[in-house]
Design a protein around this ligand. Structure first.
Ligand code: BF8
Length: 516
């Protein structure tokens, strides 16, 4: 057995001592060509090619959104391939509110033909290379286009395919946090975002009563919502899952999987298994799956590997785990656009029983005090209904707030499409446009490109989108002004920045409708 005490491995709390680049975090660093990187701190200053600060900021945001859209669209594309299904025709036209489709069509920001969205993602990278598009406002229009692509060809399509294949979630209770691991059993953790293999593992686990399955990140959120499988951790806690010393296999697909897991698995006995062809990790066992048949075989194999590996746990691991870990948190999960009670929510808005609906989505950035934000949303939940997904949803659970009364768990990050559907259904019921209703999407502490793409998707629907720290958009740039003020002309929404939870609370507590 590896002597874990002697191994030098850092956990995220240690690595956070590396300060973020003060220039890059504001989006002021341009490394698109090799005459730089240019660091443009002054509005009058230009990069070596002549790019202004606004152009640099806008290009950086577009590249971020393109990364996010490629991840969500890759997810749905992998599902189509896995299920051997064809790409649906006229998808956006069939899903979007007709008045919005008309607007987007007029602005020329929707892909029209099959797979054109992949071309648009690549085109976004093209227009943001050095010396192509120099109009920062046009580049921000592209961000909206990629937001729509992210929403429909990524999140909507992935959610729909998963619901059809693996069933639509039902409201159920479950539990959450590291204590979902069981020292007596063989523990397998499934981590990542594409739940195809995890679904096959669930079937095998049902036949093997000595196996305990838990989820991590969005693969975890997905099987929590659909099957009530306990969720052990969100992104920030993924290393701690291995550091419990009682996880016999960590099975990862893709996205938000820390490369450090490989180092940790060298120090503990955990077997790290990668399962997606495009996501390999050095020293991990690679068992890629392409279809259901593969998944069945690999699921059996994984149970076998974990079973054999259990004997390699440190002797005192179980005892140490029991000492260190707090009790599991009870949660109510499995809400969807169909079972949340859309009419009731609409009536509550109409009769002013609530001030509105706030969707709290996205990541939990370890550079931010998450408790502060949770406290703010807890206070706001007295007047607002809170919908939540992804890593933020885990935090609500950690603080005993996922009660299915004021705070509703809607699943993984691609399930943000459920939030968009709820907004659409409420607006249909009340006979109003989405933008005329008190809806807000807040992503208080983004980490990934996906989180920023999601913000642009909701803004394209006419929903205000709040982004917290870190932001890539410094508040005193023309870009920030454009996103907060000019966007309203066309989309009746704004993307705004607030890094201070208390200022955010004071603003929101006054009411959500900021536009005339
Ligand atoms: O898609 S919330 S850290 S886990 S990106 Fe990643 Fe952010 Fe967590 Fe899921 Ni979403």
């Amino acid at each position: 057995m590896v002597d874990w005490m002697k191994k030098k491995v850092s956990m995220i709390s240690e690595r956070l001592k590396l300060d973020p680049c003060p220039i890059g975090k504001n989006g002021f660093c341009c490394k698109i060509c090799l005459m730089g990187p240019c660091r443009i701190l002054d509005k009058k200053q230009k990069g070596v090619c002549g790019a202004s600060q606004d152009l640099i900021v806008a290009r950086n945001i577009l590249r971020f959104v393109a990364g996010g859209a490629s991840a969500h669209c890759g997810h749905s594309y992998h599902l189509l391939e896995y299920l051997n299904k064809h790409f649906p025709k006229n998808y956006i036209k069939n899903k979007a509110p007709p008045y919005l489709y008309k607007l987007w069509d007029k602005l020329g920001i929707i892909p029209k033909i099959k797979f054109e969205h992949f071309k648009d993602i690549s085109e976004a990278l093209h227009i943001s290379t050095m010396g192509v598009n120099a109009d920062y406002q046009d580049i921000l229009k592209w961000c909206m286009k990629l937001g729509i692509i992210d929403g429909y060809y990524g999140m909507y399509l992935a959610t729909e395919l998963e619901d059809k294949k693996f069933r639509k979630p039902k409201v159920t209770s479950s539990k959450l946090n590291l204590s979902c691991l069981d020292p007596k059993k063989i523990n397998i953790a499934v981590h990542g975002h594409e739940p195809m293999l995890a679904e096959a593992i669930i079937k095998e686990v049902n036949k093997n009563k000595d196996v305990n399955l838990v989820g991590v990140c969005c693969t975890g959120a997905s099987i929590l919502a659909r099957h009530g499988i306990p969720l052990a951790a969100n992104f920030v806690l993924q290393e701690n899952v291995i550091a419990t010393g009682i996880v016999d296999a960590m099975v990862v697909d893709l996205q938000c999987v820390m490369p450090s897991l490989s180092d940790l698995c060298e120090c503990y006995h955990t077997k790290l298994i990668t399962t997606n062809e495009i996501a390999r990790i050095p020293n991990a066992l690679h068992l890629p799956i392409k279809n259901e048949e593969d998944s069945r075989k690999v699921a059996k194999k994984i149970i076998d590997i974990a079973r054999k590996n259990k004997k390699n746990r440190r002797k005192e691991a179980g005892q140490m785990f029991r000492k260190r870990v707090e009790k599991p948190k009870k949660v109510v999960v499995g809400f969807t656009e169909e079972n949340i009670g859309v009419k009731k929510l609409a009536e509550m808005i109409k009769n002013k029983k609530i001030k509105g609906i706030i969707a709290v989505v996205g990541c939990v950035n370890p550079r931010v005090d998450v408790k502060d934000w949770i406290d703010v949303f807890k206070k706001l939940s007295k007047d607002y209904i809170i919908l939540t997904t992804g890593c933020m949803a885990f935090e609500f659970g950690k603080y005993n707030l996922l009660d299915g009364k004021r705070v509703f768990h809607l699943g993984s990050c691609v399930n943000n499409s459920r939030i968009a559907e709820i907004f659409k259904k409420i607006s249909d019921y009340l006979g109003k446009k989405i933008t005329d209703l008190p809806f807000l999407v807040s992503c208080p502490m983004p980490i990934t490109e996906k989180a920023i793409a999601i913000g642009f998707f909701f803004a394209s629907l006419g929903v205000d989108a709040h982004l917290g720290y870190p932001f890539l958009i410094s508040s005193d740039t023309n870009v920030a002004h454009f996103l907060e003020v000019v966007l309203k002309d066309k989309f009746k929404s704004r993307i705004f920045l607030d890094t201070d939870s208390h200022l955010f609370y004071n603003k929101i507590n006054k009411g959500l409708k900021i536009h005339p």
